[in-house]
Design a protein around this ligand. Structure first.
Ligand SMILES: Cc1cc2nc3c(=O)[nH]c(=O)nc-3n(C[C@H](O)[C@H](O)[C@H](O)COP(=O)(O)OP(=O)(O)OC[C@H]3O[C@@H](n4cnc5c(N)ncnc54)[C@H](O)[C@@H]3O)c2cc1C
Length: 544
């Protein structure tokens, strides 16, 4: 093992490993990028994380920067779970549910806890965390918090940020802080601290005061956005202050999360599900807009398009045939209501009227097993995401843009044109209610031509999304892949504020550098891997 490895192993309780196999395994996440870490640490507890940070900070003070990347299950789609320095991997040991308060429904967990396991536990108490991502079975809460993950229920319930009440965070220099909303007096105490924590509170408070106008006037007309740093709710009008919303979604670039306290929601498994088919994108858009305006908010408005059904049917005809026979509609919407019984009945009546007006056909189900079968239509997207044509595989390069919902039809049409121009088959799925859709074009990244196409379609895609007033990321976050588009999205002034935020928390640029800010396309071009695969979906346990 390297000198650094030996040193760290002597000081931490968890394992430190740097074998070629380990470095190779952690050189990829679920993105198209690759970057091997110098070594991997499986922290046993918060103290181990502090020691790693302090070690790195002390070296940085002597002009040697060894970056730290926190990692959950490595299912990040934008390369944010990659780093060339010390990789701190949480699921091995720091995976406990620390406390659950069944009265309030609040739960405190370590970051490496599997999201799906936590969800199961909550459901046995009649509760759930509605911002779960589609990847919940194989990803962690730490990753969901760091990415500000969201999923099909986020249309009604919001993203992960909405549920995080407080965090324990190891700062760049190894200090630990507890976040939560502070009143004016508590803030004033923090501002007076002589520690790095004090410096951070002073830096962010001053920045928010100085740039109040720029931050206040910037807004995107979208209902999901995880691009950039979230500054809007740090300081409220009543003078209260909370760093939690800023850490959520910061992808390990501002601090390392060692404990998370979350609120949860009551879970109602008895729902009403509509599956409606549409002959045109415009009719679907009209229906979505009317569904959005309902006082009983749908708990999900999901979609797959006819082209996705076509592409999946080409390789798995029996799977599609039993769910939805050809000819395929332009679009299929799956719309769910989970209110209490009476409100749900009222909502269903109203929704039925909307579908009667705009849909070509519509089916409604209230029985769980029949609903599960219908949800399989939406789940066909998981087949689309692992399909291949020859050496070309479905790759996540243009898959998380969000547009204002009144631009939904224009967005999908633009995507079709983009794919036609680049001679790529297309199938679209996603969170239609939020104008957040996904496409994974088939590309052979082992060929220069395939890699060039990847960058060309990214360029065209983000131009389309930003041009429609949308955001580059609704759930997957900037990572490395989308970070180069952040300036075009937010403009120079807001981008400069993001750079300042990073400087305040991470003056030596040692926390997950190359993610979120200060990233160019030239930085990521050499990182594209030739063989895209899905290993981190299925296997994220430590190996020794
Ligand atoms: C098939 C598939 C479907 C997906 N569907 C969704 C979806 O529906 N919605 C969605 O939002 N995402 C989705 N994702 C993306 C990803 O799975 C989620 O964002 C997930 O929450 C990441 O969790 P993870 O444990 O894998 O994190 P990782 O990939 O390990 O890390 C993600 C980020 O979090 C940081 N991080 C991890 N732990 C910590 C910590 N303790 N402190 C600080 N930073 C930390 C990492 O540095 C990195 O920046 C999907 C991915 C795949 C492969």
């Amino acid at each position: 093992m390297s000198k650094i490895g030996h040193y760290l192993q002597e000081h931490v309780t968890g394992e430190v490993l740097d074998t070629p196999e380990i470095r190779r395994y952690f050189a990829t996440d679920a993105s198209i990028l690759t970057l091997p870490p110098m070594l991997v640490v499986y922290p046993h507890d918060e103290n181990d994380v502090r020691k790693v940070a302090r070690f790195s900070w002390q070296l940085a003070e002597r002009n040697r920067v060894i970056p730290i990347t926190a990692r959950g299950s490595g299912t990040d789609l934008g390369g944010a779970a990659l780093g060339q320095g010390l990789m701190v991997v949480f699921p091995a040991h720091m995976n406990r549910i620390v406390e659950f308060d069944s009265k309030s429904g609040s739960v405190t967990v370590e970051p490496g806890v599997n999201f799906g396991k936590l969800q199961q536990t909550l459901m046995t108490h009649g509760r759930f965390l509605p911002s779960y991502p589609a990847s919940l079975e194989y990803s962690t809460i730490g990753g969901a918090v760091a990415n500000n993950a969201s999923g099909d229920k986020s249309f009604k319930y919001g993203d992960t940020r909405k549920f995080v009440r407080g965090l324990r965070v190891v700062l760049a220099n190894g200090e630990v802080i507890q976040t939560g909303r502070l009143n004016k007096r508590e803030l004033s105490r923090k501002l007076g601290l002589s520690t790095f924590e004090g410096e951070i509170y002073r830096g962010i408070d001053a920045l928010l005061e100085e740039k109040q106008e720029t931050i206040g006037k910037f807004s995107l007309p979208v209902t999901r956005n995880t691009a950039g740093y979230q500054l809007a709710n740090v300081k409220n009008d009543d003078g209260s202050f909370d760093l939690t919303p800023l850490f959520v979604g910061s992808q390990g670039t501002l601090g390392i999360v060692t404990e998370v306290t979350l609120e949860t929601e009551v879970h109602n498994p008895e729902t009403t599900l509509f599956v409606a088919t549409f002959d045109s994108l415009d009719a679907a858009q009209q229906a979505i807009m009317e569904l959005r305006a309902m006082s009983e908010v749908p708990s999900a408005i999901e979609m797959v398009d006819g082209k996705l059904l076509e592409t999946v049917a080409a390789t798995n005809p029996s799977k599609v045939k039993t769910l939805m026979p050809a000819p395929y509609p332009a679009i299929v919407l799956l719309v769910e209501f989970d209110d209490v019984e009476r409100a749900q009945r009222k909502a269903a009546k109203r929704a039925q009227k909307i579908f009667n007006t705009y849909a070509a056909a519509c089916q409604v189900e209230t029985e769980l097993d029949k609903q599960s079968r219908l949800w399989k239509i939406r789940e066909l997207s998981t087949i689309a995401a692992v399909q291949s044509t020859g050496h070309a595989k479905a790759v996540p390069v243009i898959d998380d843009g969000v547009v204002p919902v009144d631009k939904f039809a224009e967005y999908i049409q633009g995507l079709y044109e983009l794919c036609r121009r680049n001679k790529l088959p297309v199938g679209v799925w996603g969170h239609a209610g939020d104008g957040n859709v996904r496409v994974q074009p088939h590309l052979d990244l082992s060929q220069i031509g395939g890699r060039q196409t990847a960058f060309r379609v990214m360029e065209e895609y983000y131009k389309l999304v930003i041009g429609l007033g949308g955001t580059t990321s609704g759930a997957y976050n900037d990572g490395r892949l989308r970070a180069p588009y952040l300036k075009a999205l937010y403009g120079d002034e807001m981008y400069a504020i993001f750079e300042k935020v990073k400087q305040v928390f991470d003056p030596y640029n040692m926390l997950n550098p190359g993610v979120k800010v200060n990233v160019t396309l030239d930085d990521i071009r050499p990182l594209v891997r030739e063989d895209y695969g899905h290993v981190h979906r299925f296997d994220h346990l430590p190996r020794s």
